[in-house]
Ligand binder design. Structure first.
Ligand code: PLP
Length: 480
């Protein structure tokens, strides 16, 4: 008789179909109908949440309540100016608390993650020994927003990650400790909280331990993490986090940088202008410390209030419910797409755990731009295609020609995911039904018959000719 000392390996269960999975929270426009090329109308399946998430209904409601009270911020003695200032400063506290700010951390309201990381890049202290720009370590998996700011104003080193999480962690540790031993320590490690290409991430605790052990601070690009997972600066020991309102269900133009005060108080003011200064003479300027130092000009009070409203909603949510919802949709996307012939699902690592709801894939024989145009025109599905502002990673993984990305969030219904899987399968088995062509680098439907949204009151702003054209979407194909 054989005695089993360890449990036999159990193959991971295949994800069940998710037709009946409902959104966790209501979003504005969740039931918007869009036209298809065959003349039908279907509910829009927004599977491009990682690019910009729809507004939570609660966010839109709060903004509607605040607008009648809106007036100048920090600049007026008028009653509504004071109300607006109080709303803005309360929003700042809510945003900071949402990411577990330490008592002495600053919360700076920015435009988005890109803005936040550019701001921090200007505050990385010079190497005290040489006076040269501070050293920053970055992985090649980063979104350009977490790569280019460091390359421009700091002494940045980009490390190519390994095929597994553990190999990548080992590379980071080795680079940090050998730089410290050589007397050229890194000031900062800049890392994504979740990849915008695959949703995967490194374990934050290990990264923080390695960086702090070598005397470096950590900034987390939280653009894809903060909207989808509970994150806390104080609990993780991460020094700075940057994130975007428009990805956190609050598309009103605000983002945030939250973290340690000393660098921010000593750094070059991000914008020069009114509100950032204590005293100005014709030849000298005395700058504020605190958030004001980096928030010159009239702040985006509506954006900050909207972001704080989203933070309130997400904080009140049961994290287990939110995580289960997203995980079920993600697993179904990975398994469902993976079962379709000629489809390849992209991974950075073979041992990543707990990825967020972002799934990137290719369909062999079809350009990613054509796949995205087909999903829109024939199935009413919105996805992203291209290189996702992560050219180094896509190049390393062998997807220089781009890929297609589907992403989900709290407002996503299981039906949308099932529709995508079925649509990709039908593309592979039957091919597209409409005719497509490349115009100025973008795939479009030939003689696209889809009308502009009717009854929206925006008809005059949406000339049919502009739909699908570069300028309508601000798309620069080479750049994406
Ligand atoms: C991981 C990641 N970082 C940074 C950004 C830049 O965000 P934003 O465009 O809001 O500045 C994005 C946007 O897609 C992202 O996914």
């Amino acid at each position: 008789m054989t005695t089993l000392t360890t449990a036999p390996a159990v193959p991971a269960a295949r994800a069940a179909a998710v037709h009946d999975v409902a959104p966790v929270l209501p979003v504005v426009g969740g039931d918007t109908l869009v036209p298809l090329v065959d003349g039908r109308q279907v509910p829009y399946a927004n599977l491009d949440v990682a690019a910009s998430a729809p507004a939570l209904q609660a966010v839109a409601d709060r903004v509607a309540r605040v607008l009648p009270l809106y007036a100048s911020v920090h600049r007026g003695a008028g009653y509504l100016s004071q109300v607006s200032t109080a709303l803005y400063e309360t929003a700042r506290r809510t945003i900071g608390a949402f990411v577990g700010a330490r008592e002495d951390d600053l919360t700076i309201v920015t435009r988005n993650t890109t803005d936040s990381l550019n701001l921090l890049a200007g505050c990385v202290p010079a190497d005290p020994a040489t006076g040269e720009p501070g050293r920053v370590l970055v992985l090649d998996i980063e979104h350009h927003a977490n790569l280019l700011p460091w390359q421009r104003v700091t002494d940045a080193t980009v490390v190519t990650g390994g095929p597994s999480v553990s190999a990548t962690l080992a590379e980071i540790e080795e680079e940090l400790s050998s730089a410290a031993a050589a007397g050229r320590p890194y000031a900062l490690l800049a890392l994504t909280g979740a990849s915008n290409v695959t949703g995967e991430a490194l374990p934050v605790a290990d990264v923080v331990a390695a960086a702090h052990g070598a005397g470096a601070r950590v900034v987390l690009d939280g653009a894809q993490l903060v909207p989808h997972r509970r994150f806390s600066l104080v609990e993780t020991g991460v020094d700075y986090v940057a994130f975007s309102g428009h990805k956190t269900y609050a598309p009103f133009g605000a983002g945030a940088l939250v973290g340690r005060r000393d660098w921010l108080d000593a750094g070059t003011p991000y914008l020069a202008g009114g509100g950032a200064v204590r005293r100005v003479r014709t030849t000298t300027t005395e700058w504020h410390e605190g958030p004001a130092r980096h928030e010159a000009g009239s702040p985006n009070v509506v954006g900050a209030v909207a972001l704080a409203a989203a933070c309130d909603e997400l904080a009140a949510l049961d994290p287990w419910v939110a995580g289960e919802h997203e995980d079920a949709l993600r697993r179904r996307l990975v398994d469902g797409l993976g079962d379709v012939e000629r489809v390849e699902v992209v991974h950075v690592w073979d041992d990543a755990v707990d990825p967020v709801g972002v799934v990137t894939f290719t369909v062999s024989g079809y350009d990613p731009g054509l796949v995205a145009a087909y999903l829109s025109a024939e199935h009413g599905i919105g996805v992203r295609d291209g290189r996702f502002c992560a050219h180094p990673l896509l190049g390393r993984l062998g997807f220089d020609a781009g890929a297609v990305r589907a992403s989900v969030g709290l407002g996503t219904a299981g039906e949308e995911v099932e529709r995508l899987v079925a649509a990709v399968r039908s593309l592979v088995t039957e091919g597209p039904q409409a005719r497509y062509d490349v115009v100025d680098g973008l795939w479009v439907v030939v003689d696209d018959p889809r009308p502009v949204p009717e009854g929206s009151g925006l008809e005059g702003l949406l000339a049919t000719a502009a739909l699908g054209a570069d300028e309508a979407f601000g798309c620069l194909p080479d750049d994406l």
